[in-house]
Design a protein around this ligand. Structure first.
Ligand code: TXA
Ligand code: MG
Length: 320
């Protein structure tokens, strides 16, 4: 499966056509790379589950080019969800809303809600616009990794994760490294008040700012099983991840740059702040696997800003 690195408009148009014809297209977003399929094509969507090794009751996010298409997929949309969409789309935010008849069980895992996102990445947006120009209504795109594993933030990582399962009519589009590095903030908008199911770079305080309400911590779901990404043992590399204790010689080590490397440990990354930490986290874990490390010790950042999302992913990566 070749990576297409020069994503000209004609390359993207061909990729949109491939999606329309039922093939899979992996594409870059600002959060992580997604593995896309036509959200209305049951056979194409079934291939996503097969390629990822993902259980079919785990719902997928529909990606569209603008909030104009929201009504096609979702109904009974609360006013606060519209405000969030206006404020943060295109961007790293997924809204969970009551579904219309278009959102079939084969994308929602049988749930009555559907997840929707407008990504902020030129290649992704151009692909979605082309797909819609050809009559498409939405592209489902989970992170382009094996189920439970580390999300890819580069096209090379997609190839490494899934390349052997893709056919030569599928495509991997390259759009550089994802600038955010962790998945979108997921907000359940199916109730009177928003519930954050997965933290991301649209922060709680940003949501509170737009809605003019204070979200108490009870509104940040920590243990719900509604979004399987919240289950333990996700985002995990092959190496075992430790968030406490000290590495012994030959173990991997990830920490902010102001922390020195313990003697004999293999430094995998030294981000200067939480934003850079999010950008390099998944690539660093993957690097540990490429080096064949058995154990990676990670010093988690504080919970400031995107630090909350990093800690959320690290706890799951370490719980195997
Ligand atoms: O940043 C992202 O959101 C990336 C990029 C590619 O857009 N996508 C992504 O998709 O992270 P995925 O499938 O790897 O994770 C989506 C999460 C899963 O935990 C899933 O359970 C949850 O979203 N989800 C999707 N639809 C849902 C629904 N109807 N109700 C509750 N959770 C849902
Ligand atoms: Mg995922």
């Amino acid at each position: 499966m070749a990576i297409i690195s020069n994503c000209t408009s004609s390359v993207i148009k061909d990729a949109a056509l491939a999606l329309k014809e039922g093939h899979l297209v992996a594409f870059p977003t600002e959060t992580v790379y997604g593995l896309g399929a036509d959200a209305t094509n049951e056979i194409a969507v079934a291939r996503i589950y097969e390629v990822k090794g993902r259980p079919t009751d785990h719902p997928l996010i529909v990606h569209v080019s603008s909030m104009e298409l929201l009504d096609k997929w979702a109904c009974e949309i609360p006013e606060y969800a519209i405000k969030l969409a206006r404020a943060f789309w295109p961007g790293p935010m997924t809204l969970i809303l009551p579904r219309t008849g278009l959102a079939k069980d084969f994308i929602t895992g049988g749930q009555n809600n559907v997840g929707i996102r407008v990504p902020a990445h030129t290649v992704a947006l151009t692909l979605l616009k082309e797909f819609e120009a050809q009559g498409g209504l939405g592209v489902v795109a989970p992170s382009a990794n094996k189920f439970g594993k580390v999300s890819p933030t580069t096209s090379t990582a997609v190839e490494l994760e899934l390349g052997r399962h893709l056919s030569n009519t599928d495509k991997i589009l390259d759009g550089g490294a994802s600038t955010i590095g962790v998945e979108s903030t997921i907000i359940d908008c199916s109730n009177v008040q928003p519930l954050i199911l997965r933290p991301g770079s649209v922060l709680i305080e940003m949501i509170e700012g737009v809605l003019g309400v204070k979200l108490n911590l009870g509104l940040v779901a920590t243990k719900v099983t509604k979004a399987p990404g919240l289950l333990a043992n996700h985002y995990a590399p092959n190496a075992q991840v430790f968030l406490t204790g000290a590495p012994t010689p030959g173990d991997g080590y990830i920490a902010l740059s102001d922390l020195p490397t313990p003697a004999g440990a293999i430094r995998l990354a030294s981000p200067k702040d939480n934003i850079e930490y999010a950008q390099i986290l998944y690539e660093s874990l993957r690097f540990g696997d490429v080096k064949g490390l058995k154990r990676i010790f990670v010093v988690p950042p504080n919970n400031q800003g995107i630090g909350l999302a990093i800690n959320d992913r690290l706890v799951k990566a370490a719980s195997n």
